[in-house]
Design a protein around this ligand. Structure first.
Ligand code: ADP
Length: 551
C-alpha cells in the first residue's frame, strides 16, 4: 500500500496494493518484462531460416497444428503474460503489413531486449537505451535502402519474383517443391494484379484445398473452385460454354403464413394444391430456360420436386452457394445477382467456358471448378496434401509467398537474405556509433547539461542485436554459429560486399546473390521498425500493477 500524508499529517492511501494488487517498480519491472519477452522470443529462434524446425501445437479442444510460421506459432501458444502478448501482436502486425518475416521480427526484438538488459546492468537509463535504439534503427534502415537493389520484372520475365518467393518458401514444409509453388503464386498474383497502378488485391486469390492427393497436385485454377456439387447426381458433370444464372431466391413455392389456415379435407383439394405447387416449379424452371440459362447457381436449397424438374428439363444447378462465393462468381462470370425470378433476363446471365465437377478418390466429396470466365478477376490456388495439418501449413506458406509477390509488385526493391543485410546494417550502425561521441558533439551536449554519448552504447547493442539473425540461421543449420558469423563479418568488411551471408544450405558460397536468396526491402525495413518500436515500448514501462493472483 502506498501511503502519503496530507498537510495536517493525516495519512491517506494513494494506491491500495495489499491483497488485491501486486506491484513491481523501476528497473526490476523493466527486467521482469524483458525476461518474459526473451522467453517468448527464444521459442521462435529455432524456427528461423531454411533449416528451421517446426512446432507442434495442440489447442485446448485437441486440434493439432504443425507450423514454422512465427505468427501462427505465437497465436496458438496462447501466451498469458502481458508482455508476451506484445510480441504476439508484433508478429501479427508484421503478418498484416508484410505477410512474411514474422519469425525474424520476433527474434530481432528478443535479441534487442537481451542487449538492453546488459545495458541496464551497466546502469544506463531505459530511456537513453530507447533513444539509442531509435537512432540506430534510423541508421540501419537508411543503410538497408542503400544496399537494396531494384529488380525489374514484367509479365514475361517473372524470374525475379519467382526467386524471391522461393526464398520465402525454402524454410517451409513446401521447400521441396518451392519452384512449382513459387511459380503458382507469382502467376496468381500477376493474374489479379493491376500493374499500371502497382496494386494487388489478395482477396481475389482464394487459397482452397482438400485433404488427399499429394502436394505436387497443387495447381492454379484460373477461375473459381467451390466446395459444392451438382444438385442431382444425374446431371452432366461437365458443361462447356455455358450461360449462368445466379439466383438469391429459393426454388420453392410460396409458403402459407402461419396466420392462414389451409383446410384439405378431400383428395381433390390435395391434388389441386399439389398441381398448383408443381406449376410454380414449372414456371420457375421455364423462366430460367426462357432467359437462356444453361446452369443455375442458387444461394438457397431446392426441394426434391424442384430438383427433379430441373434435372428433367436438362437444367443443371448448384445449390447452397455461400454469399461470398456468389459475389465472386458474379464478378468473374459477369452475371448479375438476381433476387426474383421475374427479373431474370438474358442480359443478366454470366458466362463460363467450362464448369465441371471433380471428385476425390473414394470419398463422397466433390468440388465444382468454374474456368474461362470473361472477367478473370479471381483465381484459386487449389492445394492438395496428405493430411489436414500439411494442408493448413501449405496454405499458410503460400499466403507468405503471395504476400511477398504482392510486395514486390508494389515496390520492386530487394535486399539479400541469409543474414547478409543484418550483418551489413550491423556494421553500419557500429560505424555510426563511433561517431556519436565526436568532440564537438560532446562539448555541445555537455553544455546543454545532458549526459553525453550514452547512446553509443545503445547503438552498439543494437548492432550486436542485429547479429542474432545470422547467428540463429547458422545455429539452426548446424554450423558453428560464432565462427560462421565472424568469418562472414570479416569478409564483408574486407571485401565491402554486403551480399555475404550464412551459407545455410551448404551451397559452397556465402554470396547470397549467387545463391539467389532474396527478401523484400519493405519486409526487412518493417522488421527493424517494428522490433525497435516494441523494445522502446517495453523499456518505457517502469511500473507493473496487476491483480495479485498473477504473482
Ligand atoms: P520468417 O517467418 O521470418 O520469414 P523464415 O523461417 O522464413 O522466417 O526464415 C527467413 C530467414 O531465412 C531470412 O532471414 C532469410 O534470409 C533466410 N533464408 C531463407 N532461405 C535461405 C537460404 N537458402 N540460405 C540462407 N538463408 C536463407
Amino acid at each position: 500500500m502506498s501511503l502519503a500524508f496530507d498537510d495536517y499529517g493525516r495519512p491517506f492511501i494513494i494506491l491500495r496494493e495489499q491483497g488485491s494488487k501486486s506491484r513491481v517498480r523501476g528497473t526490476e519491472a523493466v527486467k521482469a518484462n524483458i525476461l518474459a519477452a526473451k522467453t517468448v522470443a527464444r521459442t521462435l529462434r529455432s524456427s528461423l531460416g531454411p533449416k528451421g524446425m517446426d512446432k507442434m501445437l495442440q489447442s485446448p479442444d485437441g486440434d493439432v497444428t504443425i507450423t514454422n510460421d512465427g505468427a501462427t506459432i505465437l497465436e496458438q501458444m496462447e501466451v498469458q503474460h502481458q508482455i508476451g502478448k506484445l510480441l504476439v501482436e508484433l508478429s501479427k502486425s508484421q503478418d498484416h503489413e508484410i505477410g512474411d518475416g514474422t519469425t525474424g521480427v520476433v527474434v530481432l526484438a528478443g535479441s534487442l531486449l537481451e542487449q538492453a538488459e546488459s545495458l541496464l546492468d551497466m546502469g544506463i537509463h531505459p530511456l537513453r537505451i530507447a533513444e539509442g535504439y531509435e537512432m540506430a534503427c534510423k541508421v540501419a534502415t537508411a543503410h538497408l535502402d542503400s544496399i537494396a537493389t531494384k529488380w525489374d520484372f514484367s509479365p514475361e520475365e517473372v524470374e525475379p519474383l519467382v526467386q524471391t518467393c522461393m526464398t520465402t518458401l525454402s524454410s517451409k514444409v513446401v521447400g521441396r517443391l518451392k519452384r512449382q509453388m513459387a511459380e503458382i503464386c507469382v502467376k496468381a498474383v500477376l493474374a489479379v494484379a493491376d500493374l499500371p497502378r502497382r496494386d494487388v488485391n489478395l482477396d481475389l486469390i482464394k487459397v482452397e484445398g482438400k485433404v488427399g492427393g499429394a502436394m505436387e497436385d497443387t495447381r492454379l485454377v484460373e477461375g473459381i473452385v467451390i466446395d459444392k456439387d451438382f444438385s442431382h447426381p444425374q446431371m452432366p458433370k461437365e458443361l462447356k460454354d455455358v450461360k449462368i444464372a445466379i439466383l438469391t431466391c429459393p426454388f420453392e413455392a410460396p409458403k402459407p403464413k402461419t396466420k392462414h389456415k389451409v383446410d384439405i379435407d378431400t383428395v381433390e383439394k390435395f391434388e389441386s394444391l399439389r398441381h398448383a405447387e408443381q406449376q410454380y416449379f414449372i414456371d420457375m424452371v421455364q423462366k430460367c430456360k426462357d432467359a437462356g440459362a444453361g446452369l443455375i447457381i442458387c444461394q438457397w436449397g431446392f426441394e426434391d420436386e424442384a430438383n427433379h424438374l430441373l434435372m428433367h428439363h436438362n437444367l443443371p444447378a448448384i445449390r447452397w452457394v455461400g454469399g461470398v462465393e456468389i459475389e465472386l462468381l458474379a464478378m468473374a462470370t459477369g452475371a448479375r445477382i438476381v433476387p426474383r425470378f421475374e427479373e431474370l433476363s438474358p442480359d443478366k446471365l454470366g458466362f463460363a467456358k467450362c464448369v465441371r465437377e471433380v471428385g476425390y478418390g473414394t470419398t463422397k466429396e466433390r468440388s465444382i471448378i468454374i474456368e474461362g470466365c470473361p472477367n478473370l478477376s479471381a483465381v484459386t490456388i487449389w492445394v492438395r496434401g496428405g493430411n489436414r495439418m500439411v494442408l493448413d501449413e501449405v496454405r499458410r506458406s503460400l499466403h507468405d509467398a503471395l504476400c511477398v509477390a504482392r510486395n514486390l509488385v508494389r515496390d520492386n526493391s530487394i535486399v539479400y537474405g541469409g543474414g547478409s543485410a543484418e550483418i551489413a546494417c550491423s556494421l553500419a550502425v557500429e560505424a555510426a556509433a563511433d561517431k556519436v561521441v565526436g568532440v564537438e558533439q560532446y562539448a555541445m551536449r555537455a553544455f546543454a547539461g545532458k549526459v553525453v554519448g550514452v547512446e553509443q552504447y545503445a547503438m552498439r547493442a543494437f548492432a550486436d542485436a542485429l547479429e542474432a539473425v545470422p547467428l540463429a540461421l547458422a545455429e539452426n543449420s548446424g554450423l558453428p554459429s560464432i565462427e560462421s558469423l565472424t568469418a562472414v563479418k570479416a569478409r564483408q568488411l574486407a571485401e565491402s560486399n554486403p551480399h555475404l551471408g550464412i551459407d545455410c544450405n551448404d551451397a559452397g558460397t556465402n554470396d547470397m546473390r549467387e545463391q539467389n536468396v532474396f527478401e523484400t526491402l519493405i519486409g526487412k525495413r518493417q522488421q527493424m521498425f517494428l522490433a525497435t518500436q516494441v523494445c522502446k515500448m517495453i523499456l518505457k514501462i517502469d511500473d507493473i500493477i496487476q491483480p495479485s493472483q498473477y504473482d
